[in-house]
Ligand binder design. Structure first.
Ligand SMILES: Cc1cc2nc3c(=O)[nH]c(=O)nc-3n(C[C@H](O)[C@H](O)[C@H](O)COP(=O)(O)O)c2cc1C
Length: 166
């Protein structure tokens, strides 16, 4: 799969096979997060990989919009240094890089919006996040047990213009 095909075929996956992701694949997905661009090359992110069943169960209870979390093989929670201006952009770019890397391996993912959401503080406490870091994003990883087509995507001519907005 080339990059364009990868981007165009990835869909959010919320149903997963109960199948382990091999460690070397997991590490390669994380490595694609490591190599993400970051403002001033700060890289002040931490990727926490959650595979523990009890922790996944707690996350499922805490996250209102993540009721499928406990079915996933792993959750990656991305934390960033609180004092960095571009923390949201950096962490989001790393999230997308890792989701696309996962898709290259046939592994599905779904972003769980986690920046300053109702569940953010509880997740930070559960995962023992230090005071100088904060939760920015989370996403699931698991071999898909569903196929999904692109739905309700806007057409290109609805969202682009050249030179000026209007
Ligand atoms: C910032 C962000 C937050 C999201 N949060 C959730 C979420 O909490 N739960 C969920 O099921 N999907 C979540 N999604 C996934 C979107 O619903 C999904 O990307 C969108 O419906 C488009 O579908 P697609 O990813 O298959 O193209 C989130 C996506 C983004 C980018």
């Amino acid at each position: 799969m080339n990059t364009i095909e990868n981007i165009k075929t990835r869909r959010s996956i919320r149903k997963y096979q109960q199948k382990e992701i091999p460690r070397e694949i997991m590490m390669d997905i994380l490595d694609c997060g490591r190599l993400t661009p970051s403002a001033k090359n700060a890289q002040l992110w931490r990727f926490v990989v959650i595979t523990d069943r009890a922790i996944k169960e707690k996350l499922t209870q805490i996250c209102k919009h993540g009721k499928f979390i406990n079915e996933a093989y792993a959750i990656i929670a991305i934390f960033y240094d609180k004092d960095v201006n571009y923390k949201v952009e950096d962490a989001s770019a790393a999230t997308q890089n890792m989701m696309l890397a996962a898709w290259e391996y046939g592994i599905g993912s779904c972003w769980i919006g986690s920046y300053q959401r109702d569940h953010s503080k509880q997740v930070e406490e559960l995962l023992k996040c230090p005071d100088n870091y904060e939760l920015i994003t989370m996403f699931t990883l698991g071999y898909p047990a569903e196929t999904r087509e692109a739905r309700n995507k806007k057409q290109l001519d609805e969202i682009i213009s050249f030179n000026y907005f209007i």
